[in-house]
Design a protein around this ligand. Structure first.
Ligand code: AQP
Length: 333
C-alpha cells in the first residue's frame, strides 16, 4: 500500500472547518487504500512562540480531534511530530540543500513575516517549509492530502527530493499533492477573499469544529456576503455566497446546482445561512462528543500516540539512515 502523510499544527483549541473539509475528510477516505501517517506537528507550532502549557494542551486536543473526525488509530499511525526525532534531523540535512532565495520566495513566509516585521520573525519560521519537506520525505509518502494553501510548500518538497536524489543518488520518493476540488480552500466568514485560518484574530471569521450550536448559528448568520441578495454560485463576484454554498454542499452531499435552485428568488440569504448553520451543527455535535471522550481518557490518548510514534519511527529511521549515508555521514559504531 502506498504511503500518505499529513499533519496539522496544534495552534488553536479547535480545528476549523477549513482544516476539516480541506484536509481531514480526505484523510478519512484515504485510510481505506493507503498506509497513512498523521502527525500533530508540534515542532511547527513553535514558530509562533506558543505558551508552553497551552502548546501541551493543544497537542492533546489536536490528536483527540483527529480521532474524533474519524481517523482510526489501528489503520493510521497517529503521532506527535516531536516524538519522532528524525523529523528535526532530516530537516537539518535538507536545510543544507535549500537555497536562501528559494526559501524566501515562500508566500506564507512573506505574508507572516510581513505582518510581524523582521525583528519578530524567527529563523524557524523561515525554514518551516523545509521541516515540512522532512515530515513528508521521511515516510516515502506518495501523496500528501492538504488544502490549496500548501501547494507551494509541496512544490518545494518535490524540488528538494529531486535535487537530493540527483546529487546523492535515489533516496526519496517524490510526493504528489492530493488537493480536493471544491473545498480545497474554505474562506473566512468575515473576509471571503481570505482563507479561513486558525491564526485569524477575529473569532467570527472561523467556524470551529467544537463550536456550540448557538455560537455557530451566530457566526454563520453574520457571515459577510454582498448586497445583491440573489443566491448564485459566482466565486468571483459573490465570494461569500460561493463559500457558504461550497460548505453546505461538502457537508450535506447536495450539489451546488440543487442548492442554488432551492434558494432561487429574492431575499434568500437568511434562509441559506440558516440551513448552512444546521448542516454544520449536525456534524459538530457528534464530533464534539467523540472529542470529549478522548480528552477524558488521557491514558488512552497517550497509548494511541505511543503506538503511532513507534510505527512512524520504523519508517522514519530507515529513511534518515539512507539520507545520512548518501551525504557521507559516518554511522555511529
Ligand atoms: N481555509 C482552509 N481551507 C482548506 N484547507 C485548509 N487548511 C488550512 N486552512 C484551510 C488545511 O488544513 C491543514 C492544517 O493546516 P494548518 O495546521 O497550517 O492550519 P491553518 O488553519 O492554516 O493554521 P494557521 O496557523 O492559521 O496557519 P496560517 O498561518 O497558514 O493561516 C493543511 O492541510 C491545510 O492545507
Amino acid at each position: 500500500r502506498p504511503h500518505i502523510l499529513s499533519g496539522m499544527q496544534p495552534t488553536s483549541d479547535s480545528l476549523h472547518l477549513g482544516n476539516y473539509l480541506g484536509a481531514q475528510v480526505n484523510w478519512v477516505t484515504l485510510q481505506e487504500n493507503y498506509t497513512p501517517y498523521f502527525c500533530v506537528v508540534d515542532l511547527h507550532a513553535l514558530t509562533v512562540n506558543p505558551d508552553p502549557a497551552q502548546l501541551r494542551e493543544r497537542t492533546y486536543a489536536t490528536a483527540a480531534q483527529y480521532l474524533a473526525g474519524g481517523i482510526d488509530p489501528e489503520r493510521s499511525a497517529v503521532f506527535v511530530q516531536s516524538h519522532v526525532r528524525e523529523h528535526a534531523e532530516l530537516a537539518w540535512v535538507l536545510n543544507c540543500i535549500t537555497g536562501f532565495g528559494e526559501a524566501g520566495r515562500m508566500t506564507q513566509f512573506k505574508d507572516k513575516a510581513g505582518k510581524r516585521g523582521q525583528e519578530n520573525t524567527s529563523v524557524g519560521l523561515f525554514t518551516y517549509p523545509v521541516l515540512m519537506a522532512a515530515d513528508i520525505l521521511l515516510y516515502d509518502a506518495q501523496a500528501v492530502p492538504v488544502g490549496e494553501d500548501q501547494r507551494q510548500h509541496l512544490e518545494l518538497t518535490r524540488n528538494l527530493a529531486q535535487r537530493f536524489n540527483s546529487r546523492f543518488g535515489e533516496t526519496f520518493v517524490v510526493p504528489e499533492p492530493y488537493i480536493p476540488e471544491g473545498t480545497a480552500k474554505v474562506m473566512s466568514l468575515q473576509d471571503p477573499t481570505k482563507k479561513m485560518s486558525k491564526s485569524d484574530e477575529d473569532p467570527k471569521a472561523s467556524v470551529s469544529m467544537l463550536d456550540e450550536p448557538k455560537v455557530n448559528l451566530k457566526k454563520i448568520k453574520s457571515a459577510v456576503t454582498d448586497l445583491d441578495n440573489n443566491v448564485a454560485f459566482d466565486p468571483e463576484n459573490k465570494p461569500g455566497i460561493a463559500n457558504l454554498l461550497r460548505i453546505h454542499s461538502a457537508l450535506s452531499g447536495e450539489s451546488i446546482d440543487v442548492l442554488v435552485e432551492r434558494f432561487a428568488g429574492e431575499n434568500k440569504y437568511g434562509a441559506l445561512k440558516g440551513e448552512v448553520a444546521d448542516v454544520v451543527t449536525s456534524v459538530q455535535g457528534p464530533f464534539r462528543e467523540r472529542y470529549l471522550t478522548y480528552m477524558d481518557d488521557r491514558a488512552e490518548l497517550d497509548r494511541v500516540l505511543a503506538q503511532g510514534a513507534e510505527r512512524a519511527r520504523e519508517v522514519a529511521s530507515a529513511t534518515l539512515a539512507r539520507a545520512y549515508d548518501a551525504v557521507g555521514l559516518v554511522p555511529a559504531a
